[in-house]
Design a protein around this ligand. Structure first.
Ligand code: ZN
Length: 412
């Protein structure tokens, strides 16, 4: 790796639309190609011709524009098996949401099918040979199948994608990899997470509260990762739990790839212990239960709105948010103003609303610690809207830090 020219096509300065294009000697590689699932969605810059694509994980801000690549470039796309299994579900859901909301649709169902022909499975620790390079996927600890990519010849580069450096119930934490250049996400730059065990305890106590006063706890959760983590937390309790939304299908797909779970046995047990909404009439039963885990995580759509609509005037019930609510989303509106857009009508919500931080990203100090243990010469910060705060701490530790802008060429 003598000459490396790199350029972010998106996602350098924001949490969304990530794409990193790298020219390494003769080789042209693309790492991730996502969209920002805002309303309307936003997209990265068009990708120049490339030889191969490496996908870190299936979340839309990393994978959402992959069909454009396979349609225009017909190249191999490397990803782990869980990513490959869940990808069509996510991409087809993007088309569905665009249809419902009346947004332009970035690709067709046929193009999503076309992606499947180009996907090549990779495994943690097994190098992919590419020219003079070895590219090695490592566990990123973020969701099942999430990968960091280590590029190796006489020099080393590590591209993290999204990372979590603390063990969760669902997956093992990411481990640092010694590298010369570290290209690291910075979603939580400047922000720390509360203690995980404490958060879990408060979460369960809150549900006990809600149930004892005769209410229902609605737990909106992202389909990929968060739903399964919450299922595992609730597996230890005796509540009557119901599961609805896309998380049901994703759970099954994860269970088909047991090697990527911390304990497939526990997830299977958690799934068997809860009630799954299979038909419309089950939704009535769920509303008479105690806890409902359902998509969408930011209340932008999905069955969660159906449940909230039923319980919006019930002061005994509660909405327990389990993920970060992005500015401009329905979930954020609920947190800030206690109102929600329900099928086009803004309504006041009387149920209690509580936020629990079950993030799948490393917090500020954890990112600093991770970088220190990778001991790179140079750090490239990406995928964050407050990178400066992280850069400052890393510079104080003696690291050279760069923060490229979208579209700007840089040399590493
Ligand atoms: Zn992610």
């Amino acid at each position: 790796m003598k000459n490396i020219n790199a350029r972010f096509l998106g996602g350098a300065e924001e949490v969304g639309s990530l794409g990193l294009y790298m020219e390494i000697d003769e080789l042209r590689l693309l790492f991730d190609y996502g969209l920002t699932p805002s309303k309307p969605p936003t997209y990265p810059m068009p990708a120049p011709p490339m030889d191969s694509v490496f996908l870190t994980h299936v979340h839309l801000d990393h994978s959402g524009m992959i069909p454009r690549i396979s349609t225009e470039h017909d190249v191999n796309i490397y990803a782990t098996q869980p990513t490959i299994s869940v990808l069509p579900l996510m991409l087809n859901d993007t088309i569905k949401v665009a249809n419902i909301e009346g947004f332009p649709i970035p690709y067709t169902k046929e193009e999503v099918e076309g992606v499947m022909d180009n996907l090549i499975p990779v495994e943690y620790g097994k190098p992919v040979e590419m020219g003079s390079l070895e590219i090695i996927p490592h566990n990123a600890g973020h969701i099942p199948g999430s990968a960091m990519y280590e590029l190796r010849d006489e020099r080393k580069i590590l591209f993290t994608g999204d990372i979590q450096t603390v063990n969760t119930h669902l997956v093992w934490a990411a481990k640092p990899v010694k590298t010369d250049v570290l290209i690291m996400e910075s979603t939580y730059a400047g922000r720390e997470h509360p203690d995980r065990n404490e958060t879990e305890k408060l979460f369960i106590e809150k549900i006990e509260d809600v149930v004892s006063r005769g209410g229902v706890a609605i737990v909106p959760a992202f389909a990929v990762g968060r739903t399964q983590e919450i299922m595992l937390i609730l597996a230890k309790t005796d509540f009557e739990v119901w599961l609805d939304g896309m998380g049901r299908f994703v759970t099954n797909l994860f269970l088909q790839n047991p090697g990527y779970l911390k304990s497939a046995k526990k997830l299977k047990k958690a799934k068997n212990r809860i009630n799954i909404v299979r038909r419309r009439s089950d939704r009535k039963k769920a509303l008479r239960g105690e806890v409902i885990i359902t998509t969408g995580g930011m209340l932008e759509g999905g069955p969660v709105l159906h449940y909230i609509n039923h319980l919006k005037n019930d002061t005994r019930s509660a909405i327990l948010l389990t993920g970060y609510q992005v500015e401009g989303t329905n979930g954020r509106l609920l947190m800030d103003e206690g109102i929600l857009d329900l099928y086009g009508v803004k309504e006041k919500i009387d149920s209690e609303v509580v936020f629990f931080d079950f993030s799948a990203h490393a917090g500020h100090s954890e990112l600093v610690e991770f970088a220190r243990k990778c001991s790179p010469e140079k750090i490239v910060l990406m995928h964050g809207d407050s990178r400066e705060k992280l850069a400052e701490d890393l510079k104080n530790l003696g690291f050279e830090v760069i923060m490229p802008k979208n579209g700007e060429s840089f040399v590493i």
